[in-house]
Write a protein that binds this ligand. Structure first.
Ligand SMILES: Nc1nc(=O)c2c([nH]1)NC[C@@H]1CN(c3ccc(C(=O)N[C@@H](CCC(=O)O)C(=O)O)cc3)CN21
Ligand SMILES: CC(C)C(=O)C(=O)O
Ligand SMILES: [Mg+2]
Length: 267
C-alpha cells in the first residue's frame, strides 16, 4: 500500500472572503503547535492567533501586556502545526495605533513569519491603518464592537450597544479594504444589521447567530479556562475536568507504586 497523504486544500484569504452567503465560517483561536494540529485536523476554516493569549497563556487580566515578539513566536508555533486552515495573527496593543506606517511595518512581520493576514481592532479610527496594510498587500481582518484592547476606556469587558457607531465602524473597515470582520459582544440585532450592511464575512463572538461565521477562544470552547465563562461561551467539551482527573490519577499511581508498570519499563 502506498501512503500518499490525502490532498489538503489550504484555505486562502479570497476563499474565506467569498464564503459569505455560501457557508458558515468556523474560527477558533490557537496559540501552539499541538493545538494547531488538532484544530487543523478538526477542519476549522481559520486559526486566529489571538492576543487573548495574554489571558489564557500568560494569566494577565486583559490582553494589554502582550508584545509583538510574543505574538510572532506563537504564530510560528501555530504555523508548524497547520496544513489547511487560514492562520491570522492578532496585532497586539500599541503595535499599530501610532500610525499607518507602524501598522504596515508590524503587520508585515506576521506575513514574513508565514501568516496569511493580520487582525486589528477598531473601526473608523483605524481605517487609515487598515487601508495602508491593504495597499501593502497585507490582508486585514477588522474587529468592532467590544474591542478588548480598549478595556480601560470601556471600564471592563462590556456589551457594546451603540448601533450607529458599530455600523459606521463596520462600514469603515469594509471601505478600507478588510477581507473579513470580527464583531464582539453586541446584541444580535446590531450584528445582523452589520452583516447585511457589509459585503465581507462577519465573524461573531457574543454577537448572535446571524453572523457569517463564529469565533471562540480555544480554552473556552473546550472547558479549559477557569477564570470566567462569559454568556456567549459554550464549552463543547469539559477538558479541564478531564485534565484534573487524569493528572490526579497519575499522582495516585505514582504514590501507590502502580505506575510505572512492567509494560512501561525497559527490559
Ligand atoms: N478566555 C477568553 N475568552 C474570550 O472570549 C476573550 C478572552 N479570553 N480574552 C480577550 C477577550 C476578553 N473577552 C471577554 C471577557 C469577558 C466578558 C464578559 O465577562 N462579559 C459579560 C458581560 C459583561 C456586561 O456587559 O455586563 C458576560 O456575562 O458575558 C466578555 C468578553 C473576550 N475575549
Ligand atoms: C476572540 C478573538 C476575536 C480575539 O481577538 C482574540 O482571541 O484575541
Ligand atoms: Mg484579540
Amino acid at each position: 500500500m502506498s501512503s500518499i497523504p490525502p490532498p489538503v486544500k489550504p484555505v486562502t484569504v479570497p476563499e474565506f472572503r467569498s464564503a459569505k452567503g455560501q457557508r458558515k465560517l468556523a474560527v477558533v483561536t490557537g496559540y501552539d503547535y499541538t493545538a494547531a494540529r488538532l484544530l487543523d485536523a478538526a477542519g476549522v476554516d481559520c486559526i486566529l492567533v489571538g492576543d487573548s493569549l495574554g489571558m489564557v497563556m500568560q494569566g494577565h487580566p486583559n490582553p494589554l501586556p502582550v508584545t509583538l515578539p510574543q505574538m510572532l513566536y506563537h504564530v510560528q508555533c501555530v504555523l508548524r502545526g497547520t496544513k489547511r486552515a487560514l492562520v491570522i495573527g492578532d496585532l497586539p496593543f500599541l503595535s499599530y495605533h501610532e500610525s499607518p506606517r507602524q501598522a504596515v511595518r508590524n503587520a508585515g512581520k506576521f506575513l514574513k513569519a508565514g501568516a496569511a493576514g493580520v487582525k486589528l481592532e477598531g473601526g473608523e479610527r483605524m481605517a487609515e491603518q487598515i487601508a495602508a496594510c491593504v495597499r501593502a498587500d497585507i490582508p486585514v481582518m477588522g474587529h468592532v464592537g467590544l474591542t478588548p484592547q480598549s478595556v480601560q476606556r470601556f471600564g471592563g469587558f462590556k456589551v457594546q450597544r451603540n448601533a450607529a457607531q458599530i455600523v459606521a465602524d463596520a462600514k469603515a473597515v469594509e471601505q478600507a479594504g478588510a477581507f473579513s470582520l470580527v464583531i464582539e459582544s453586541v446584541p444580535p440585532a446590531i450584528a445582523e444589521e452589520v452583516t447585511k450592511a457589509v459585503s465581507i464575512p462577519t465573524i461573531g463572538i457574543g454577537a448572535g447567530a446571524e453572523c457569517d461565521g463564529q469565533v471562540l477562544v480555544f480554552h473556552d470552547l473546550l472547558g479549559l479556562f477557569p477564570d470566567f465563562r462569559p454568556k456567549f461561551v459554550k464549552a463543547f467539551a469539559e477538558l479541564g475536568t478531564a485534565v484534573t482527573a487524569g493528572v490526579s490519577a497519575y499522582c495516585q499511581a505514582v504514590r501507590d507504586g502502580t505506575f510505572p508498570g512492567p509494560e512501561h519499563t525497559f527490559k
